[in-house]
Design a protein around this ligand. Structure first.
Ligand SMILES: [Zn+2]
Length: 268
């Protein structure tokens, strides 16, 4: 017990000396700003839901169920003051946002050295949970293969094929190796998140709103309403996601990519 206490004290000391310099590197941007949180901007991309290493939802930081997804050790979550506050944004979690960012693992960090099968399962559980929290989705998780989303990660090392990585959860389908353009695909009722896509693995893109918005295109568009995947008809799936409430909270990179795709369908 004593050893445990010492460990916690050491952890907290580490945490406090670690966070202080961080604050200094983000000085108050303007002296007349009334905001006490100059670090954060208003486009929501930094706010975090937190999952354990199995992909079970644990709670959020003190900003709520939005923004970039974080993975964190269960014990660290508890020690930092985390508790399950649900996904209702009126009940913010106990961990300060900057601390959660420091201790949480993000997809772009995970993906640097490929994604293992256990990481793929963890990520897929989190995605399934996030998709299941979408408001007015126009489809149900039960409409999906085994009631879950799927993931695929296919990376071919051309120079040394033995180093290639191929992992898949809930029978997620391979779009081809090194296909980094397409974020999600649908085949029948299988909704596969393509984890090699830079739409997910670029810094700051693996967010609640981006994930939920993608699921509208695929779930409401292709799976439930059978919108065809090519030609002018395909534009309808884009219109569904762009008129959904999650759209305004997506990242600017996401909006640009989806808008580009939409315009492309209209031209086809
Ligand atoms: Zn589509």
């Amino acid at each position: 017990m004593k050893a445990k206490l010492i460990a916690i004290v050491l952890l907290l000391q580490f945490f406090s000396c670690d966070v202080e310099p961080l604050k200094e590197s983000f000085p108050d941007q303007s002296s007349d700003s009334k905001s006490t949180m100059p670090i954060y901007n208003s486009n929501n991309i930094n706010l975090n839901p937190i999952y354990d290493y199995q992909g079970n939802f644990m709670g959020t930081d003190n900003q709520g169920f939005e923004g970039e997804v974080l993975f964190m050790d269960k014990n660290i979550f508890r020690i930092l003051g985390g508790y399950n506050n649900g996904t209702d944004n009126s009940k913010k979690g106990g961990i300060p946002h900057q601390v959660a960012l420091h201790y949480g693992l993000k997809l772009h960090e995970l993906a640097k050295d490929g994604i293992s099968q256990s990481e793929s399962d963890m990520i897929n559980n989190a995605i399934t949970h996030i998709v299941g929290q979408t408001k007015s989705p126009g489809f149900r998780l039960d409409d999906l293969h085994n009631g879950q989303t799927s993931t695929n990660y296919s990376w071919l090392d051309n120079a040394n094929p033995a180093n290639s990585v191929f992992t898949s959860s809930n029978e997620g389908e391979r779009l081809g190796f090194n296909k980094d353009e397409i974020p999600v695909s649908v085949n029948g009722n299988k909704m596969t998140f393509n984890l090699i896509s830079t739409m997910w693995t670029s810094k700051g893109q693996f967010t609640v709103n981006n994930i939920q918005n993608a699921s509208i295109h695929e779930g409401q568009g292709h799976i439930v309403n059978h919108v065809p995947g090519t030609g002018k008809e395909h534009a309808k799936a884009y219109e569904m996601q762009m008129s959904h409430s999650t759209w305004s909270g997506t990242t600017k990179e996401w909006k640009a990519k989806v808008t580009e795709g939409y315009l492309q369908q209209l031209r086809d």
